[in-house]
Design a protein around this ligand. Structure first.
Ligand SMILES: Cc1cc2nc3c(=O)[nH]c(=O)nc-3n(C[C@H](O)[C@H](O)[C@H](O)COP(=O)(O)OP(=O)(O)OC[C@H]3O[C@@H](n4cnc5c(N)ncnc54)[C@H](O)[C@@H]3O)c2cc1C
Length: 321
């Protein structure tokens, strides 16, 4: 089996592939090696193979929540294109089981079209189901935690994947137990199972339409990573950055959006360092002026020159099963 995977890697992997092609901010240096996984089995065997030969291995969905360094990422980057959706019922209740590479927007739209409620909040949230589980993506008062039943997870080095409950996934505000791992050690989300409710299709369409209108009215178009920082308790990161006088501030071709100060836009050919400079500036000024420490929602991925970057928290979590 390993020989087949090694042959696949040799035949299909791209060397020194710029990750700017795989991130929504259109920023990021090269991956040593990059391959697209077209199905869950392929994702599973590629991760296992890389782990077995000691090659650092990172998964990317749509790259909608990462800032990849200009120096790129060492080891293998797998772009997750496993995209099967399976509709189910359990005791008369609707459920959907999806591969982790399914686009959340596609899933939300299909649910609305089938008159199944629960995921319409996700109608405008870019990224894959896997990325959404890792970051507990959410909008309009709901999130993954509110709808997920379980997720099938491959721990690095484990013999077989296992179904994790929500308790094991440890969701918090744009956080999960998975997000606390370094990306090269993070357990891999293979499949997600969501509970849905029968609903009126016209109602769901109306709600989804309202959510899209609100998004268009408040968020800038163009190449971004969504919200850069988590909202601090009782406040909004965008309000604080604006109050610090930084709305519209530029560094090279990166800009703190004029429309929403928690969105940082690549206006042309920005580098990751340009965006990182804006991040540092916003954190420094907001701390100095308002004594609030802004915590990144976006994950710094790759080689930042100072050791491995960790997202949100600082150490891998041990999880009971
Ligand atoms: C315009 C815009 C609007 C946005 N609005 C919202 C919003 O309203 N709400 C919100 O929550 N977010 C929002 N975001 C952020 C983003 O959409 C979410 O964080 C999304 O869930 C990221 O998914 P992804 O597949 O792109 O993850 P990626 O950016 O590809 O990956 C994020 C992290 O998850 C890891 N990962 C990805 N897939 C897997 C997997 N299968 N197994 C293990 N690890 C994995 C990656 O290694 C990385 O560490 C927005 C982004 C943009 C660009």
């Amino acid at each position: 089996m390993m020989d087949i995977v090694a042959a696949e890697l040799r035949a299909r992997a791209k060397a020194k592939e710029p990750l700017s092609r795989y991130t929504t901010a259109r920023v990021g240096g090269p991956a040593d090696l990059l391959i697209e996984a077209r199905a869950t089995d392929e994702l599973l065997s590629l991760v296992r193979h890389a782990d077995a030969i000691g090659m650092p291995c990172h998964i990317l969905g749509s790259g909608a929540n990462v800032l990849v360094s200009d120096l790129g990422v060492r080891g293998l980057v797998i772009i997750n294109r496993a995209r099967e959706i399976r509709w189910k019922t359990l005791d008369g209740n609707a459920r959907v089981e999806t591969d982790s590479g399914v686009a959340l927007i596609t899933l939300a739209r299909e649910c609305v079209e089938r008159g199944l409620g629960g995921l319409e909040w996700a109608i405008g949230v870019p990224g894959t189901v896997g990325g959404a589980v890792v970051g507990n993506a959410g909008a309009h008062g709901s999130d993954v935690n509110a709808n997920l039943a379980m997720a099938r997870i491959l721990r690095r080095g484990a013999a077989a994947p296992e179904w994790w409950t929500k308790r094991q996934l440890g969701f918090g505000y744009r956080a999960s137990a998975l997000k606390r791992y370094h990306s090269s050690e993070r357990p891999v989300v293979l499949t997600a199972l969501f509970d849905l409710k029968q609903d009126n299709r016209a109602n769901l369409e109306r709600r989804a339409g309202e959510y899209n209108d609100r998004r268009r009215a408040s968020q800038p178009p163009g190449a971004t990573m969504g919200s850069m920082f988590k909202n601090p308790s009782g406040d909004f990161a965008g309000r604080l950055i604006e109050a610090a006088g930084l709305k519209g501030h530029r560094q090279g071709q990166a800009q703190i959006s004029e429309k929403h100060a928690n969105f940082f836009v690549n206006t042309g050919n920005a580098s990751a360092s340009d965006i990182k400079a804006l991040i540092d500036l916003a954190q420094t000024e907001v701390l100095k002026q308002f004594a609030v420490r802004l915590e990144l929602e976006v994950e710094l991925l790759g080689d930042w020159g100072g050791g491995p970057a960790l997202s949100g928290a600082d150490a891998p979590l041990e999880i009971e099963n």
